[in-house]
Ligand binder design. Sequence first.
Ligand code: HEC
Length: 455
Amino acid sequence: MNYPFWNVPHIGSGWVIGLIAIFHVMISHFAVGGGLYLPLAERKALREGRRDWMEVLRGHSKFFLILTGVFGAVSGVGIWFAIGLAHPEATSTLIHNFVFGWAIEWVFFMIELSTAAVYYYTWGRVSNELHIKIGYVYAAASILTLVIINGILTFMLTPGDSWLEVAGTGQEASRFWQAFFNPTYWPSLFLRAGVCVSLAGIWALVTCSRIDGVAQPRLKTDLVRWSVKWLVPSFVALPFLLLWYLWQVPESQRALLQLGMQTIGAGAFTQVTRVALLIMLTSATIVGVVYLFAWRSPATFPFSHALAVLLLGLVATASGEYSREMLRKPYVVGRHMFSNGVRKSEVEKFNREGYLTSSPWIATNSTALERGQAMFRGQCGACHTTDAYRSMKTLLAGRDREAVGNLLKILHDYKPDSPYRAFMPPLVGTTNEIQALGDYLAALVAPPAREQAAR
Ligand code: HEC
């Protein structure tokens, strides 16, 4: 426990990251896909002499600039703040490994932001060829930001054997490239690229749906149809890419997914399964709505339907990110650091010397309940809250002090056949500390009589 704990009531700090990240993914992937869409659409319009397309594209590029330049950029920085507060230990690991990666990322990001602005403000002011070239520079820079951040994101799920060999030795940076091009790097890159391309189509449909189809039926028909085509390749390829991706995830971490699949219908641990089904259902619905309403009757494709498709895209994206997060459990950096910041290599040490012993965040004269709370915050708070999201009060309801003690023993022993291993880290600490946690949790579930009377 080297860092203070960021206590976010009810939802937990993880969801703060989650909410910002889902919003950010929707926009940042559009920033990449849309960056290709704009110059390609412009090129087509020029070749075919479609002045009317140009007006729409100009409007779309303004929307694009504001959405990605303001909301995309701000939410991206928001993720930084949130992960630094919620997972200081993991963030530190990432920075130590990838500081150069991030420096490069920011260079491309600057190019991306400036060219997006230049592209918008130079419509009609520079030659068409030059304008398209600016669009391509933007597209290249934004693809490169994905190429880089993808290495860091996938590293967290699958750091790879080579990096794990040196993890904790101070030599981690010597395996920069192995960590960067880790086992899920390529499938994830193609998967995300597919998402980028389809999001370009989905956001373009929002713009196109607002064209007056009565006044300009040909314009609306052509643009809506052309945008729909952006959805096709990725929806065909996504299931295969997803399988390839899962294939690269180590057996131990796929366990959770399989646990979910096997118990489908049994009502046991089906969160992951439900989310996986949600992805499939929303994707299928997007395909259905887009085919029936946009492709078959493009001239009358309404704004409301475009928004509905966008919303479905949001649900699919959110589900996808949520499953990626679940898949990684109980780790924040696969097979190296657990979600609560405890490194796998430190478990023995914490058990021997104590988890709170060297923590600057706990007073020497603290009470047992305070130590119990510190244990809870440090080791369970990354995934549980006391009263709402994955609530301790609910999950422990009906258990007395002894039953709580038994559960903690299972978590602490962490036997190979423990069902909790698939999603919870081992509980570390001395007998005393675990006792304090037990007292704290038992008091949480059934507050002592004195306290109850005081309420
Ligand atoms: C990596 C995330 C993570 C951490 C850290 C974590 N848990 Fe969990 N825990 C889960 C998940 C996921 C579930 C399943 C929740 C569900 O079924 O809704 C769960 C379930 C539980 C349950 C219900 C299990 C049952 O059999 O009834 C208890 C109790 C529990 N956790 C206690 C703890 C305690 C105590 C700690 C800290 C020592 C802790 N957890 C740390 C993720 C975590």
